[in-house]
Design a protein around this ligand. Structure first.
Ligand code: RIB
Length: 352
């Protein structure tokens, strides 16, 4: 529904930001004295300090933190580039990052690459220009050539939700091969022999590893991939992508009786499509998601999903970044969390 905006009077630009020179002129002191009041007040006579503080209050002066931090090389900002800011998985991760940064009086700048390498590179450059302490990146592709270049320019990088290709780079991830295996094994144990898989591009490591896990489980059950798995790659891992993938799976000549989705947003679209077609879940089609975000358990048909410790992923990544950016004796770490199968009503045995 379009929002209506009522304009009240002429729009006015925010007043010019006051400078440290404005404060010095009003207080009748030098810029250096104002700087001392701000940074080393003990060096300034009380009468002068009071005069300067009065000028600061009167002008509403706010010092330029980024300029100060750039000069001192001690930024208090950290950047995070996630794949999709509208995916609750990443907002839960970001919550963990933000809470951990706040404990060290740091602030988060959050951006979304939308699975696009060009956007990821653009945001990386913008964050470096801001002089951030470091960047957490959930890479938009397997091309990590940017990684060494960014670190060589002095910006710490921790890979977020992706295992590191090298022991010299910190990372926090979940074993997504295991996650895909858990999802497929659960359905096989229910008796499903022909499973659909709505996945994203395998240029995204999470999707590639989940796919590996699904195929590993089918082979371990002695099934031929060609007979037991119908894969479809959708353009976006969201509800529309999920419905797009469902339509393709429903068109195959030999129907599937269960669908694994690369994440819960995709599963939402699959469930929506099945409801539109009056295909009952799980009786006529079992559905398994991935992430176990907040809504998974409260859907009309609660979603079976693969849980990722989202908040802990964020905290762990932020801790590694603060340690790397703040210490010369930092030891790189590659943290790998384990996924967990959460069984709910959306998965059950195939109809006989
Ligand atoms: O971005 C795609 C998926 O990768 C997310 O839903 C989450 O599962 C992440 O690991």
């Amino acid at each position: 529904m379009a929002a209506t905006v009522e304009r009240m009077g002429r729009s006015s630009r925010a007043p010019r930001r006051r400078s440290i020179k404005d404060v010095a002129d009003l207080a009748g002191v030098s810029v250096g004295t104002v700087s001392n009041v701000l940074n080393k007040p003990a060096l300034v006579a009380e009468e002068t300090r009071i005069k300067v503080e009065a000028a600061i209050a009167s002008l509403g002066f706010v010092r330029n933190g980024s300029a100060r931090q750039l000069r001192a090389g001690t930024s208090q900002t950290v950047g995070a580039i996630v794949l999709d800011i509208s995916n609750p998985f990443f907002t839960d991760v970001a919550r963990g990052v933000e809470d951990r940064l706040a404990e060290d009086d740091h602030i988060l700048i959050l951006a979304s690459s939308d699975d696009r390498l060009d956007k990821q590179h653009r945001y990386l450059r913008l964050l470096e220009e801001q002089g951030v302490q470091g960047v957490l990146v959930s890479p938009a592709s397997n091309d990590l050539t940017w990684l060494d270049q960014t670190r060589a320019r002095g910006t710490a990088v921790v890979l977020l939700d992706r295992p590191s290709p090298s022991p010299q780079i910190c990372s926090v991830a979940v074993d997504d091969v295991k996650g895909g295996d858990l999802a497929a094994t659960h359905l096989l144990e229910l008796g499903h022999q022909r499973i659909g898989f709505v996945n994203g591009s395998t240029k995204i490591r999470q999707c590639a590893d989940r796919r590996k896990g699904v195929r590993k489980a089918l082979r371990a059950a002695g099934l031929r991939i060609a007979d037991s798995l119908v894969e479809t790659t959708v353009s976006a891992l969201n509800a529309d992508g999920g419905e797009e993938g469902l339509e393709r799976l429903l068109r195959v000549s030999e129907p599937v009786t269960a669908i694994i989705c690369a994440n819960d947003l995709t599963a939402l679209g699959v469930l929506r499509g099945l409801r539109r077609r009056r295909i009952s879940v799980p009786e006529q089609m079992a559905v398994v998601g991935y992430d176990d975000v907040e809504f998974a358990g409260v859907l009309t048909t609660p979603l079976t999903s693969i849980r990722q410790p989202r908040y802990q992923i964020g905290r762990a990544a932020a801790t590694l970044l603060l340690n790397e950016a703040g210490s010369r004796t930092h030891r790189h770490e590659q943290v790998l969390f384990q996924p967990e199968l959460i069984v709910r009503e959306s998965s059950g045995p195939p109809a006989r």
